[in-house]
Design a protein around this ligand. Structure first.
Ligand SMILES: O=c1ccn([C@@H]2O[C@H](COP(=O)(O)O)[C@@H](O)[C@H]2O)c(=O)[nH]1
Length: 237
């Protein structure tokens, strides 16, 4: 089965986003990720429009709050019919279970399929050292990610977000079918920017990623469609 490459639509507004997507031929319908930048500007209407156009939509809102608030928020998001939604694993098992309940309730109320919930473990912008000093922990990155992935699996969510460096550890420590979706993807020679734990699409596949999220290596490429097709081929080779 083809594993998804989600294009991170990190654009300032809907017009810029549609201009970008219009470059793709009708028979190339990439899966897309809508993050905070675009969602806070355009709101739910943008998500509805993308769904109406047939896109698989990953809404990356990284929910993190007390369980009741996350449950109500997730219920409202699920009504939009999004395919994936992020929550923070650090919110703990009760918060993650509340998110799952909210997602199911919202989906049932709207007659749509509930989104797959993906729990953020450690952001790919963190190096091990920055994670340790920021969070006052001494454990290695892989141990922290495994711990958070196990909390996510215990809560019954669909998978995690981490770098591909942790994908095989996540698979070894969670039930079969638990997803490891990985941002922090760059083609050889691309600027790393604010990311720290970065791999190529081919390495991500070798390391066991079930899907990748790619922003600037596609959106800032001279030929975004060619970059997307190259990454998709490399990841699924
Ligand atoms: O740990 C994380 C979680 C989310 N992201 C998001 O993925 C994209 C990556 O964009 P690039 O331009 O490919 O760096 C972006 O939308 C982030 O918000 C992440 O990078 N790391």
């Amino acid at each position: 089965m083809t594993k998804p490459v989600f294009i991170a639509l990190d654009f300032p507004d809907a017009q810029t986003m549609w201009t970008f997507l219009d470059q793709f031929p009708a028979d190339v319908r990439p899966a897309v990720k809508v993050g905070m930048e675009l969602f806070y500007r355009e709101g739910p209407a943008l998500v509805t429009a993308l769904k109406e156009q047939g896109f698989t939509v990953f809404l990356d809102l990284k929910l993190y709050d007390i369980p009741n608030t996350v449950q109500q928020a997730t219920e409202n998001v699920a009504r939009l019919g999004v395919d994936y939604l992020t929550v923070h694993a650090a919110g703990g098992v009760r918060m993650l279970q509340a998110a799952k309940n909210g997602a199911q309730e919202g989906a049932d109320a709207a007659g749509v399929t509930a989104p797959k919930l993906l729990a953020i473990t450690q952001l790919t912008s963190f190096s091990e050292e920055e994670m340790q000093t920021t969070q006052l922990v001494t454990v290695p990155m892989r141990e922290s990610v495994i711990h958070l992935a196990q909390l996510a699996a215990e809560a019954g969510v669909a998978g995690t977000i981490s770098s591909a460096f942790e994908s095989s550890d996540i698979h070894a420590n969670t039930p079969a079918g638990f997803l490891s979706i990985t941002p922090g993807i760059r083609l050889v020679g691309d600027a790393v920017g604010d990311q720290s734990r970065v791999v190529t699409p081919a390495r991500a596949a070798e390391m066991g990623a079930d899907g990748i999220v790619v922003g600037r290596s596609i959106t800032q490429a001279t030929d975004p469609v060619a970059a997307y097709q190259l990454i998709e081929t490399e990841f699924n080779a």
